[in-house]
Ligand binder design. Structure first.
Ligand SMILES: NC(=O)C1=CN([C@@H]2O[C@H](COP(=O)(O)OP(=O)(O)OC[C@H]3O[C@@H](n4cnc5c(N)ncnc54)[C@H](OP(=O)(O)O)[C@@H]3O)[C@@H](O)[C@H]2O)C=CC1
Ligand SMILES: Nc1nc(=O)c2c([nH]1)NC[C@@H]1CN(c3ccc(C(=O)N[C@@H](CCC(=O)O)C(=O)O)cc3)C=[N+]21
Ligand SMILES: [Mg+2]
Length: 295
C-alpha cells in the first residue's frame, strides 16, 4: 500500500486563488513589504517568489534589499518607517539575518498589526492565549494540509518534532487549537522513534535530511514534512537537490498520507503569508475579513 501524496503545491495554488478573489473584493490593494538583508542565494529565491505571488494575487509588493553590513540601527529605522507607512499592511524580515544583527530586536520593532510572519511577542502571546492575531505561516500551512487530508483533527495525537520559534512551537499550539493531543519532541527527547510511532499526525521540523525512518511511523499516519534540506545530488556531480526530514520513499509504504519535498509545506508557507497580508489589511483598515479565507 502506498500513502496518499498530499499535494501542497496544488492546495497552495487554490489558496492563492482565494486570496486573489478576496483582494479583488477589497476597497483598496493591500501591500506587503519584504526586507532582505545580505545575499544568501536561498533567501533570494524565496523573496523573489514571495514578490511574484504577491503581485499575482493583486497586491502591492514592496521590496527592500539591504547590504549585509547594514547597521542594526539603520535596519530598525527602516522597520519603523514601514510601520508608519499607511500603504504597508504586512512586514516580513527574512530570517536568518547576517551575523552581527540581533534578529530579536529587529523583529520586535515590527508593529503587531503588520506582523504577517506571526513572530513578534504580541503575536506569539495571542497565539498561546488563544486570542485573535496573526499566526505563523508555515505552521498554519501544516494545519491546513492535515485538515484537508483528515477532516476534523480533534482527539488525534499530533507529534511535532522540533521546538523552534518559527515552526515547531507555534505548530504545536496550532494543532492544540484543533483539539489534538500534542507532544513536542526535540533533541533531548529519549527514544524519538517510539514517541514518533505514537503519532496519528507526525510533523517533523528539525532540519536533518531524511532523519525520520519508516519504522518511526505508525501505519496509516498522516506525515507533514516541514524540513527543507539541500543535499548533494547522487545522480549529478556538483548539483544539489531538496529533501525533507523524512526518508520519503520507504515512508510512503507505511504512512497513510504524506507531503513531498518539494511541493508540500513550502508552497503553503508563501500562500499563508499572502493570506495573512489580506487579514492584516482588513483588521488595520476596518474591513471584514473575507470568509473565503476561512479553513
Ligand atoms: N517548509 C517551509 O516553509 C519551512 C521549512 N523550514 C525547514 O524546517 C526545518 C526546521 O526549521 P527550524 O524550525 O527553523 O529549525 P531550527 O534549527 O530552528 O530548529 C530545529 C529543531 O529541531 C530539533 N532537533 C535538531 N536536531 C534534532 C535531532 N537529532 N533530534 C531531535 N530533534 C532535533 C531542535 O531541538 P533543540 O531545540 O533541542 O535544539 C530544534 O528544536 C528546516 O529544514 C528548515 O529548512 C523552515 C521554515 C519554513
Ligand atoms: N521571516 C521568515 N519567514 C519565513 O517564513 C521564512 C524565513 N524568514 N526564512 C526562511 C524560511 C524558509 N521558508 C520557505 C518558504 C517557501 C519555501 C518553498 O516554497 N519551497 C518550495 C521549493 C523551493 C525551492 O525549489 O527552493 C517547495 O518546498 O516546494 C521553502 C521555505 C520560509 N522561511
Ligand atoms: Mg513561517
Amino acid at each position: 500500500m502506498s500513502a496518499i501524496k498530499i499535494d501542497g503545491k496544488a492546495y497552495a495554488e487554490r489558496l492563492r486563488g482565494h486570496v486573489a478573489q478576496a483582494v479583488k473584493a477589497l476597497p483598496a490593494q493591500p501591500g506587503l513589504a519584504v526586507v532582505l538583508v545580505g545575499e544568501d542565494p536561498a533567501s533570494q529565491v524565496y523573496v523573489r517568489s514571495k514578490a511574484k505571488f504577491t503581485v499575482e494575487t493583486g497586491m502591492r509588493s514592496i521590496e527592500h534589499k539591504l547590504p549585509a553590513d547594514i547597521s542594526e540601527d539603520a535596519l530598525v529605522s527602516l522597520v519603523r518607517d514601514l510601520n508608519a507607512d499607511p500603504e504597508v499592511d504586512g512586514i516580513l524580515v527574512q530570517l536568518p539575518l547576517p551575523k552581527g544583527l540581533n534578529s530579536d530586536r529587529v523583529i520586535e520593532e515590527i508593529h503587531p498589526d503588520k506582523d504577517v510572519d506571526g513572530l513578534t511577542e504580541a503575536s506569539a502571546g495571542r497565539l498561546s492565549l488563544g486570542k485573535k492575531g496573526l499566526r505563523p505561516c508555515t505552521p498554519t500551512g501544516c494545519v491546513m494540509l492535515a485538515k484537508d487530508t483528515l477532516g476534523d483533527l480533534s482527539g488525534k495525537h499530533c507529534v511535532v518534532l522540533g521546538r523552534s520559534i518559527l515552526v515547531g512551537k507555534p505548530a504545536a499550539l496550532l494543532f492544540l487549537e484543533q483539539n489534538c493531543t500534542v507532544t513536542i519532541a526535540h533533541s533531548r527527547t529519549k527514544d524519538l522513534a517510539s514517541v514518533c510511532r505514537e503519532a496519528d499526525i507526525l510533523v517533523p521540523a528539525v532540519g536533518r535530511p531524511q532523519m525520520v525512518q519508516a519504522e518511526w511511523i505508525k501505519p496509516g499516519a498522516c506525515v507533514i514534512d516541514v524540513g527543507i534540506n539541500r543535499v548533494p545530488s547522487q545522480r549529478f556531480e556538483g548539483k544539489t537537490r531538496l529533501v525533507g526530514d523524512v526518508d520519503y520513499k520507504p515512508a510512503r509504504d507505511v504512512a497513510g498520507s504524506i507531503t513531498p519535498v518539494p511541493g508540500g509545506v513550502g508552497p503553503m508557507t508563501i500562500a499563508c503569508l499572502l493570506r495573512n497580508t489580506v487579514i492584516a489589511a482588513c483588521h488595520r483598515r476596518g474591513w471584514d475579513v473575507p470568509s473565503i479565507l476561512d479553513f
